[in-house]
Design a protein around this ligand. Structure first.
Ligand SMILES: Cc1ncc(COP(=O)(O)O)c(C=O)c1O
Length: 410
């Protein structure tokens, strides 16, 4: 009887708690998970995810149009003139053509796809870079990447069985040009990965300085520069610092950006762009059964994520993203000022929405889902907040109060 009551009452209570917007799934475990998730969402400070995704009307349209009952697959190249009929490739191409100019790619000199994630974009950058350099020089390239760059780059280079040279970064997390110069093997092609927003410190490698260094070595048989701009590549194009991420302004061959970080896609996705020269110098994979030249790594590719991107371009667009970027950067400065004011050791790179600081107690780390790091040069244990759309001034005030109360408890 007790169990029966529980089965009837708990879902009803949860359904009520889910409120006007929510609807019980009829499964207690799922409803409890939704509740817990919503509670945690307001203090989700440590990771670069936009928790204010505006996909509600997309899902409503998707259901009402009946698209939830069909199987879509973007296998193949969205940039050809014959999109795969069972796909959303026509929309994927629109997405690529909308974003390409924001990264300084001319529409007649770009190839791109909507990826499964920032990591997937980095995988394409590294794979395309290696193929391009091998095809052009007949030599094996070396990968150079900073020790503060996202771990996916190292993992992917290992996966592709490449020689990697890890370059030391400075105190604030930028690759040190002199260290790159020391490590360069000028007899082999160089595949350089630039971090555009290192994961923990939010550092941007000084691409103009590093490019100038590479230009002083014309003897290097070939150079390919991939930019890992998973988070910063989302918001920088919508700020006055847009040139920092523009290929025409800084010079690079490919770039990867995550879709679920700044843009607000509600699950992993991303963007990858490279020049036509890079695309044209890949090994051919003519796949007869797909009637396609398959340059991309995955065969089946998600067809719904491009639709979500397309939807957000229409619904949020450049104006909305510019407003969000401004608020994030303003709040990141605000958080740094408030930490300084209470004497809590904190650091922030220019152009970054990431503030790192002395690590607070495990309770605060858990309550605010803070990401943790360690650097003896900054006194040891650290944590960071990535100021995304949901991290408002009001919430920052609450966080500072929590830090002060936590300090009082010591
Ligand atoms: C700089 C950087 N690159 C790559 C990634 C991986 O991106 P994704 O999680 O979209 O695979 C991250 C994730 O946080 C990142 O911070």
């Amino acid at each position: 009887m007790k169990t029966l009551l529980r089965l009837l009452i708990v879902p009803a209570m949860l359904a009520a708690a889910l409120g006007a917007q929510g609807q019980s799934s009829g499964f207690e475990k799922l409803d409890e998970w939704v509740e817990a998730w919503k509670e945690g969402q307001s203090t989700y400070f440590g990771y670069p995810a936009n928790q204010q995704s505006s996909m509600r009307d997309f899902y409503q349209w998707y259901l009402s149009s009946g698209m939830e009952s069909v199987n879509l697959n973007n296998a193949g190249d969205p940039m050809t003139d014959t999109p795969w009929p069972m796909s959303s490739q026509a929309f994927e191409r629109d997405v690529i053509e909308y974003f390409a100019p924001l990264y300084g790619f001319a529409l007649d000199d770009v190839w791109g796809i909507v990826t499964h994630s920032g990591t997937d974009g980095n995988n394409h950058g590294i794979y395309f870079g290696v193929n391009y350099l091998r095809n052009r020089t007949g030599l094996e390239p070396i990968v150079y990447v900073s020790d503060e760059a996202h771990y996916s780059n190292l993992r992917l280079a290992h996966l592709q069985n490449l020689e990697v040279r890890l370059i030391k970064s400075d105190l604030m997390g930028r690759m040190i040009p002199e260290e790159l110069e020391k490590a360069l093997d000028t007899g082999r092609p160089a595949l350089i990965i630039y971090a555009m927003g290192s994961t923990f410190k939010g550092a941007i490698d000084d691409m103009p300085a590093l490019n100038a260094l590479l230009a002083r070595h014309p003897e290097i048989p070939g150079i390919y520069r991939h930019v890992d701009a998973a988070l910063f590549g989302g918001y920088l194009p919508f700020t006055r610092y847009r040139d920092m991420v523009s290929r025409t302004a800084v010079g690079y061959e490919s770039i990867a950006i995550s879709g679920h970080k700044f843009f607000g896609i509600d699950s992993p996705s991303g963007l990858f762009f490279c020049t036509r020269e890079i695309y044209d110098n890949q090994s051919d994979f003519n796949v007869t059964y797909l009637n396609s030249n398959m340059r991309m790594i995955s065969c089946s590719r998600d067809a719904v994520q491009p639709l979500k991107f397309w939807w957000l371009i229409k619904k949020v667009g450049a104006e909305g993203w510019a407003r969000q970027a401004e608020q994030m950067m303003d709040c990141a400065d605000y958080l740094k000022r408030r930490l300084d004011a209470i004497g809590w050791p904190a650091w922030k790179n220019e152009f970054s929405n990431t503030v790192f600081f002395k690590r607070p107690s495990p309770e605060i780390v858990a309550r605010y889902t803070l990401a943790q790091g360690h650097d003896d040069r900054f006194g040891g244990d650290l944590a960071h907040v990535v100021v995304m759309q949901q991290v408002t001034r009001e919430k920052i005030d609450g966080f500072i109060d929590a830090l002060l109360a936590d300090g009082d408890d010591d």
